[in-house]
Design a protein around this ligand. Structure first.
Ligand SMILES: C[S@@+](CC[C@H](N)C(=O)[O-])C[C@H]1O[C@@H](n2cnc3c(N)ncnc32)[C@H](O)[C@@H]1O
Length: 468
């Protein structure tokens, strides 16, 4: 049975530093970044290990260093030998206390499943200041010899089980192109790439490894609106089958309740267009609030002017005829005299697992429907329109939800899920059965990554009035 990252690195401790810290290639890239950073920068080392060499070099250059690692033994060692703030945390759920000038994630992404790799790269971009620097240290899939890995076409990566430092590990490798694409899609310009061979200084683990370091510079202010570049113009209206969508939504649950509750705080009269709030919030979260749910989409909202202090629309921008007309209607029913007047739009995140699955596997087989549209483009267009009509103060936040399928056996689950997804976006299509069959294996992969659920990561756009 493969060991997880925390178990592996808690056991290795200083042995990892002894084997890997003395890497000329890594030291050179770290020095390059140090030479580019403003004085007294804030820098985060993600998967910092023992803090040597990266965090130590940054601290020695006078920067304020934060380090996180999932292995508490590594955090203890780093805190004992490098000045900085070190904490035990998982990068997939962590949020830094301040915006960073640089984020390093060096050799810490091997044991993370593919949609989470996509997610953390977008999140690193979010954590950076404008023009901030991201440094990734990885091994490209081309360096994997012996053909032992299994290629996953949905994410264009190799999944590999092997022995590393005498322990069985399960690892993930993207190709060089996939890494460069991911960084560009998350809004980075590539500044430096350095690929080199390295032989660890460990008597029991002496073999040549290929290390690949990439330095990216943040270009886009709103990474969550990716993948970049945005398409030119809005996509056409998509189609979805509402009864099938409702069936899928029946499996939805919210992972970070705190975020949603804080967004709704202070609102008394809420209009929930699309039924998204009803799907994800339990009744306790909306107690003492008046929530009106409008599940069916109308061109004109059947409400009086200024009837609500907050309107929430979840996962519907793909399916309306006229985005501007819709948002004018939304703003009409918001009470602009309320100090809390707010429009909240919720769409898929650029690393949304379900949409990636459907768009990679099914959309190319469809003659009619394009599946979920570019979610960032929808939110970007909505942001521009809302700014035109007075709601110009916008912010974006990630929201984690999942589709949970605990009740069935794993094979039934993959079948049922494949059927459900095809039914939502491609009902009655000629190649429905082919789509379903081709979805089963990637769904099985995902259910192995995280048994019992599919991740459905979302983005919240919050817009308030210019003068509030
Ligand atoms: C190969 S070591 C590299 C350490 C350091 N970055 C270096 O270059 O010396 C990878 C580190 O990432 C940490 N790590 C792996 N997965 C992580 C996660 N999900 N969140 C935070 N740290 C993680 C491991 O515990 C380990 O200490």
């Amino acid at each position: 049975m493969e060991v997880d990252a925390a178990t592996l690195f808690n056991a290795l401790g200083e042995r990892y530093e002894d084997a890997y810290a003395d890497s000329p290639g890594l030291l050179q890239v770290t020095e390059y970044v140090v030479s580019k950073l403003p004085h007294s920068s804030h820098v985060l080392d993600v998967g910092c290990g023992t803090g040597k060499p990266v965090a130590a070099a940054l601290a020695a250059a006078g920067h304020t260093v934060y380090g996180i690692d999932v292995a508490e033994n590594m955090v203890r060692i780093a805190a004992s030998q490098v000045p900085g703030t070190f904490s035990t945390a998982d990068m997939r759920t962590y949020t830094p206390p301040v915006k960073m000038d640089a984020v390093f994630a060096v050799y810490s992404l091997f044991q993370i499943q593919p949609s989470d790799i996509n997610k953390v790269v977008y999140r690193f971009a979010e954590w950076l200041k404008e023009d901030g620097i991201l440094v990734l240290g990885v091994t490209p899939s081309s360096a994997i010899v012996g053909g032992k890995g299994v290629h996953d076409p949905v994410w264009d990566c190799m999944r590999l089980k092997r022995t590393w430092m005498e322990r069985p590990v399960s690892e993930l490798y993207f190709s060089q192109t996939a890494w460069l694409n991911l960084l560009r899609e998350a809004g980075f310009a590539i500044e430096v790439e350095k690929m080199f061979d390295y032989i660890p200084k460990d008597p029991k683990h002496k073999r040549t490894e290929t290390h690949y370091l990439i330095v990216g510079r943040k270009l886009k202010p709103h990474p969550l609106l990716g993948p970049y570049p945005l398409p030119e113009g809005l996509p056409g209206k998509s189609m979805r089958n509402e009864p099938a969508w409702r069936r899928l939504q029946g499996h939805l649950f919210l992972k970070d309740d705190e975020k949603m509750s804080s967004v709704l705080e202070g609102h008394q009269t809420i209009l929930d267009i699309g039924g998204g709030l009803e799907d994800i919030l339990d009744t306790a979260s909306t107690r003492n609030k008046s929530v009106e749910t409008l599940a069916t989409l109308f061109n004109n909202l059947p409400y009086a002017d200024a009837q609500f202090d907050c309107v929430v629309a979840t996962m519907i921008l793909d399916y309306i005829d006229d985005l501007r007309g819709f948002l004018l209607e939304v703003v009409r029913v918001v009470d602009k005299s309320s100090s809390n007047a707010r429009v909240i739009l919720i769409q898929g995140a650029p690393y949304n697992e379900v949409q990636r699955l459907v768009n990679t596997v099914c959309t190319p087989l469809s003659g009619k429907n394009m599946g979920p549209a570019h979610q960032g483009m929808l939110l970007y267009s909505a942001m521009k329109i809302l700014a035109d009509i007075g709601f110009g103060r916008t912010s974006f936040h990630p929201l984690s939800t999942s589709y949970s399928f605990d009740e069935n056996s794993p094979s039934d689950r993959s079948n049922e899920l494949a059927e459900m997804l095809c039914d939502v976006w491609f009902p009655g299509e000629e190649k429905h059965e082919q789509m379903k069959q081709q979805l089963i294996s990637p769904i099985e992969n995902l259910l192995r990554d995280h048994p019992g659920f599919l991740q459905n990561e979302l983005v919240i756009l919050e817009a308030v009035l210019d003068d509030h």
